[in-house]
Design a binder for this molecule. Structure first.
Ligand code: ZN
Length: 200
């Protein structure tokens, strides 16, 4: 299961903090709710594209001794299962959907520039998720007057701050800002006996 690393800062600050396993060690298991601090359980690596970073970051994992399941602590600037940082995705969505730039234009002016298909994929997922975002974010901010859910969701994200909104959505209500990939909906957890996990 993935939860958020309770830390806001740059990629570099995140990397520096990672060496200390006690820094953000969860004091209980979010899966079986045993009230016992989790054990450090190594790292996994994932790629990250941020406005000034394109490389691999480590993500710390902890193990619950009671239920033997792992918990990984994702930094707040990433969305689960997406390579680009939340900032990169937000800048693209604003350029394309609020400022009405063309797909290609928004992709060319994005930091770093990228193939437009990647942005198109985010836009598609964001459109599908917009109504649910408006409903969930109403707990944080006043729904803004807007012609449609896409514009309203963007206005609400801008007023809340994208990272603060992501923290609330992911940690609070297990909602993915762009929607969970198929198979992990509705709460980002793998079904216990999904076909993909079954031994061959
Ligand atoms: Zn547990």
């Amino acid at each position: 299961m993935q939860i958020l690393h309770p830390f806001a800062g740059s990629v570099q600050q995140y990397t520096e903090q990672l060496s200390d396993p006690d820094c953000c060690r969860p004091d209980h298991c979010p899966q079986c709710h045993t009230k016992h601090p989790l054990s450090a359980h190594g790292f996994y690596t994932r790629t990250l594209i941020d406005t000034a970073y394109d490389g691999v970051i480590r993500v710390r994992r902890y193990l619950c001794q009671a239920c033997q399941r792992t918990v990984s602590l994702l930094p707040e600037f990433v969305l689960p299962y997406l390579r680009s940082s939340l900032t990169v995705i937000a800048l693209f969505l604003i350029a394309r959907l609020l400022q009405a730039q063309t797909l290609n234009g928004a992709a060319q002016t994005a930091l770093p520039p990228m193939p437009y298909q990647r942005g198109q994929f985010w836009v598609r997922r964001f459109r599908a998720q917009a109504e649910a975002l408006c409903a969930a974010l109403a707990a944080l901010t006043q729904p803004a007057p807007a012609p449609d859910f896409v514009h309203r969701a963007l206005a609400m994200l801008e007023s809340t701050g994208w990272i603060a909104a992501h923290r609330f959505l992911f940690a609070g209500v297990r909602c993915h800002l762009l929607g969970w990939p198929r198979g992990l909906a509705p709460a980002g957890r793998r079904a216990a006996f999904s076909a993909a996990d079954a031994p061959a």
